[in-house]
Ligand binder design. Structure first.
Ligand code: DP6
Length: 345
C-alpha cells in the first residue's frame, strides 16, 4: 500500500525541431534529438494509499527539498491528462522529490528531464501493480505519458538519438511516443559533444505552450512543417554517411528557422540576445579559419548549444574558453555530450 520509486532522466537537444502542435500534445511535424548525459533530473516518488478514497489528486512537490507549490498547476494538468491511462492515480497520495544536476536558474529547459522522470516513476508504480507489463510496453507507455507532460520529454527516455512524430522513412515513428533511432549511425556521431553556453539564465521570455500556439495561423506554418519532414529525410542520410558539413548546415538552419518562426509570428518575439549573435559569428569565423566541424543549435531561448565530434574536444574547448565564455552570463557554461537515456535508481 505504500512504496517509493526513483528515476534519473536526462534532457535532450533537438536537431530537427518540434515547433507547433495539435490538440493533446500531437506534434505538427516529426523531430529528432540527441539525448544528453550530464543534464538530468533525479526524481524520487513516494506513494501511499489514501485512507479514504475520494475524487481528487493528492500530491506535494519538492525541488532540492524545498516545497514548490508553484509547480502544482502544471502537475495537476499533467495528472488530468494521464488519469485515463493510470487508473490508480487518485487512490494514492504522492510525494514528488526532485532535483536537477544542472543549476535551476540556468535557462536550461528542465521540463523534458523532469516530466520524463516523473512519467517513468508513475509507470514503475503501475508495473508493481501489473507485473505483466513488458520492457517495451513499459518504455513506450512512459514516453507516451511524458509527452502529455511536455512534448519534448517523450524524447528523453532512451538514447542516443530519438525520433518523435510520424515520418514515412523512419520505421516505428509515430506521434504518440518517442522511438530510439532505429538505424546504424556513422562513428562521426559517436560521443558527440554539446557545450551549452548560458547567455541568459533568466526565466523564459516565451513559455513553450505560448510558443507552439504561435504556429496556429502562422503565415509560414505549412512550409515549415514540410521542411521538417524533408530535414528528417536528409538527416537520415547524413547520420548514415557521416557527412559533417551537411550535418552542420542542416542543424544550424533548423535552429535559425525555429527563431525565424518566432520573429515572423503575431505577436512576434526575438529570443536571441546580442551575445547569442556574437557567439554565432565567432563560431562561424573560427570554423572558417580552422576548418573544424563545430556547429551550434538553439532552443527557444538565448543559450547556445555548441556541437562537435569528441576528437576535437581539446581545440574546441580552448576556443570556447578563450573566446566564447566572455559572452556567457557570469562566464557560465555546461559541458555535456550524447547520452543513453533514463535509469532506474
Ligand atoms: C524549441 O516540449 O517544451 O525545444 O510540449 O508545450 O511542453 P510543450 O513544449 P516543449 O517544446 C520544445 C520546443 C523546442 C524544440 C524541441 O525540443 O524539439
Amino acid at each position: 500500500n505504500k512504496g517509493s520509486v526513483s528515476w534519473s532522466s536526462p534532457s535532450n537537444i533537438a536537431l530537427v525541431k518540434y515547433w507547433g502542435k495539435k490538440q493533446t500534445q500531437i506534434p505538427e511535424n516529426p523531430s529528432i534529438s540527441f539525448t544528453l548525459d550530464n543534464c538530468k533530473t533525479i526524481t524520487v516518488l513516494d506513494f501511499v494509499k489514501k485512507e479514504t478514497q475520494d475524487d481528487v489528486f493528492s500530491f506535494e512537490v519538492f525541488l532540492d527539498e524545498i516545497p514548490k507549490p508553484e509547480f502544482h498547476p502544471k502537475i495537476e494538468t499533467f495528472f488530468n491528462r494521464i488519469e485515463a491511462y493510470l487508473p490508480f492515480l487518485k487512490q494514492f497520495h504522492f510525494t514528488i522529490k526532485t532535483k536537477n544536476t544542472f543549476p535551476h536558474s540556468s535557462g536550461i529547459a528542465s521540463s523534458a528531464s523532469g516530466m520524463s522522470a516523473l512519467a517513468l516513476c508513475l509507470v514503475s508504480i503501475e508495473k508493481q501493480l501489473n507485473p505483466n507489463l513488458s520492457e517495451t510496453e513499459f518504455i513506450q507507455k512512459a514516453s507516451f505519458l511524458a509527452r502529455l507532460g511536455s512534448g519534448s520529454a517523450c524524447r528523453s527516455l532512451e538514447g542516443d538519438l530519438v525520433v518523435w512524430g510520424t515520418h514515412p522513412e523512419i520505421e516505428g515513428s509515430n506521434d504518440l511516443f518517442g522511438v530510439k533511432y532505429p538505424y546504424k549511425v556513422h562513428d562521426n556521431f559517436k560521443n558527440y559533444q554539446d557545450t551549452i553556453l548560458l547567455v541568459d539564465k533568466g526565466e523564459k521570455q516565451v513559455s513553450s505552450t505560448v510558443g507552439h500556439n504561435l504556429m496556429y495561423g502562422h503565415p509560414f506554418a505549412s512550409q515549415r512543417f514540410g521542411q521538417a519532414v524533408d530535414n528528417i529525410s536528409k538527416i537520415k542520410l547524413i547520420l548514415e554517411s557521416g557527412d559533417l558539413e551537411a550535418f552542420i548546415a542542416l542543424v544550424e538552419s533548423e535552429a535559425l528557422t525555429l527563431h525565424a518562426m518566432m520573429m515572423t509570428s503575431m505577436p512576434y518575439f526575438i529570443l536571441m540576445k546580442p551575445n547569442t549573435l556574437q557567439i554565432i559569428n565567432r563560431i562561424w569565423s573560427f570554423r572558417e579559419e580552422t576548418k573544424l566541424p563545430i556547429s551550434f543549435t538553439l532552443d527557444a531561448g538565448a543559450n547556445v548549444h555548441v556541437l562537435y565530434p569528441e576528437q576535437y574536444t581539446d581545440d574546441i574547448l580552448k576556443f570556447i574558453q578563450d573566446e566564447l565564455v566572455a559572452y556567457c552570463q557570469n562566464g557560465h557554461y555546461i559541458c555535456d555530450k550524447i547520452g543513453f537515456g533514463a535509469k532506474q535508481l
